[in-house]
Design a protein around this ligand. Structure first.
Ligand SMILES: [Zn+2]
Length: 190
């Protein structure tokens, strides 16, 4: 089976572009997705829709948790976990940057997820990937949770970009609109 995120065109319903600039109703979104997942049993068409709108929890611990949600002032979500917990890409893709940047993010990895979307993982303790690597959601360890850069405690700051990160014209979207899935997805968010 190929990665569920490589299949199909971007579908309008629930696509990340819809959430641009707006704090979505989280519970409403969850309910919709749960419905969509239930419908997966009923048909493959729905499976395609659900798969293209989901992403995996990117931290390898079920007891990790969100310490800061997406807002205009903080266009990302922060996931706290023990120092050294593995970080995976929320969706499979290709690493376009891996290393240190003096943008307060410390050691960081950026992954191109296709269709113009990129995810970034910041404040890492270690970087275990290189530019050009193909990395798999939930399977490839791209780095470890740390507190490098401007971070007071161990966590990773997860950004979802439309457009290449930090370029003019690119913008950030709430990654919570994607992340709702995976072995490590904490039960408190299900
Ligand atoms: Zn943050």
């Amino acid at each position: 089976m190929s990665s569920p995120f490589t299949s199909g065109a971007q579908v309008a319903r629930g696509g990340p572009s819809q959430d641009s600039g707006v704090q979505p109703n989280r519970n409403g979104g969850r309910r919709l997705r749960r419905l969509a997942r239930a419908s997966v049993l009923a048909g493959t068409l729905v499976l395609t829709v659900a798969a293209t709108t989901s992403a995996y929890w990117p931290v390898g611990s079920r007891s990790s948790w969100v310490t800061q949600w997406f807002s205009r002032a903080h266009p990302a979500i922060d996931i706290a976990a023990n120092y050294g917990t593995r970080v995976f890409p929320a969706r499979s893709g290709t690493v376009v940057f891996a290393g240190w940047r003096s943008n307060c993010g410390g050691y960081q990895v950026w992954v191109s997820n296709g269709n113009g979307y990129y995810t970034g993982y910041y404040h890492l303790a270690r970087v275990y990937s290189r530019r050009g690597d193909h990395v798999w959601a939930q399977r490839s360890t791209i780095g470890l949770v740390g507190r490098s850069g401007c971070a007071s405690g161990p966590h990773t700051h997860v950004e979802l970009w439309h457009g290449y990160p930090w370029r003019s014209g690119s913008y950030r979207i709430n990654p919570w609109s994607w992340i709702d899935y995976g072995y490590y997805f904490p039960s408190r968010y299900q």
